[in-house]
Design a protein around this ligand. Sequence first.
Ligand code: NAD
Length: 494
Amino acid sequence: MTNCQNYINGHWTSPAHSSSLQAFNPSRGEVIATVPSSGAKDVDEAVAAAKAAFPAWRNTPPNERAQVFFRLKNLLEQSFEELALGISIEHGKTLSESRGDLRRGIEVVEFACGIPTLLMGESLENIARGIDCHTDRHPLGVVAGICPFNFPALVPMWMWPLAIACGNTFILKPSEKVPQTMQRIVALMEQAGLPAGVMNIVHGGRDCVEALLEHPDIRAISFVGSSPVAREIYRKATAHGKRVQSAGGAKNFVIVMPDADVEKTVGALKDSAFGCAGERCMAASAVVMVGEASERVLTALVDSVKEMKVGPTDERTVQPDMGALISSEHRERVAELVDAGQHAGARLLVDGRKLQVDAAPAGYFFGPTVADQLDYGNPLVDTEVFGPVLSVLRAKTLEDAILSANRQPFGNGACIFTGSGKAAREFRRQVDAGMVGVNVGVPAPLAYFPFAGWNDSFFGDLHMQGKEGVEFYTKRKTTTTRWFGLGEGEIWAK
Ligand code: NAD
């Protein structure tokens, strides 16, 4: 059992008052950590530390800041397997999924190593006679990040590597459900030589978030979580004068055309819908089978899904295909949605509700589920399930399938499986989503591209990662310079 503490000004500290939350190992249903329920006083302390650390850190040359990230990258590689196992234990996902979570996060650290180039400005000489102009980037000051449970390493690492590399100081509120991964990574940041106060952690729930949103010395908020909360965070934080990027939930549609490669499509669909037990904002949640595609693909998909092994992932030797859901409440919610979906007419081709995992009977497992004969009006289509449930819809044409995909309010990801370049092009141009896959089931962009959700999947302007991340964490200054008089000698007179 770990008693998590806040990390403020380079010290592990207990919060001002003693109430705490509990974090579980979802594979076993056991409490593994207590998590401080921080409030306004703890946030004040963290902000004061971050504010005090800011002047020296912003004046540290970008190449020196980059050196910290080079060292951190090496430390993360050395601790890679240990960190990945820790993710599986607190989250419930399989070890290979935890490795992916961490690997994608390390890629953002690698991207941040290039900060001297990323921060370069623009200049134009002689905008008028004798006058030059240049624009450079400056850090914002103290910035904060608030994270969901589903990627304990990657989502926080969308935020702090670029924020800190840009010269800001940072306050992170990890998900109270997975508090330990970032604690371990912060210890590595200290080893890498990051000065005290540059990175701080405050644990907690809603009170802690409210205090961050309201604090006058926090300049920007990065948020990732469900859409209702993301929308509210955007509203409140902007009302408090902050710059905000707020990523919300998703309902990702996949279109399968009759000419899709059956084996490859089945493999990609299965991975997309059931990887990370469907607790992935890029998961395939609904598939629209166009024309003959259902006959060609659906039987093979169902056969393959029935073979999937679900189980605990807290030991190195165990490698199931799918792990546990995050909590018993969430498992209950997914089961209720499947009940409601069936009641509203869904035909369950694979039903995960009754799954028993003998190796871990107290774990929060829910078997992979495929629900057919669906359309809008059914809760499995209308709602973000965030579990291992794939809804199957039908359409006669590509156009109908795209219209169906565009009816839902989110806009995170959308994919098409087809052998036709024309169909792929039409889809890419018409589908109303920010991240599109063509014969790719999880089109999550890597560190150097923005993670670019649209509509109810994102509130704000500048996305996380990539050059947009650098843009978000910096403000521009434009300097116009004139020196009076000519130089001495003939060349100046010409
Ligand atoms: P959540 O919205 O419940 O919680 C996210 C964070 O907000 C947590 O730190 C939590 O403590 C805090 N929080 C929760 N309720 C709050 C409230 N009422 N006021 C203030 N703060 C509050 O999300 P979750 O269950 O941890 O994560 C799953 C959700 O995140 C899914 O909807 C998923 O699609 C989404 N997600 C989106 C992306 C993306 O890039 N768009 C990426 C990962 C996850």
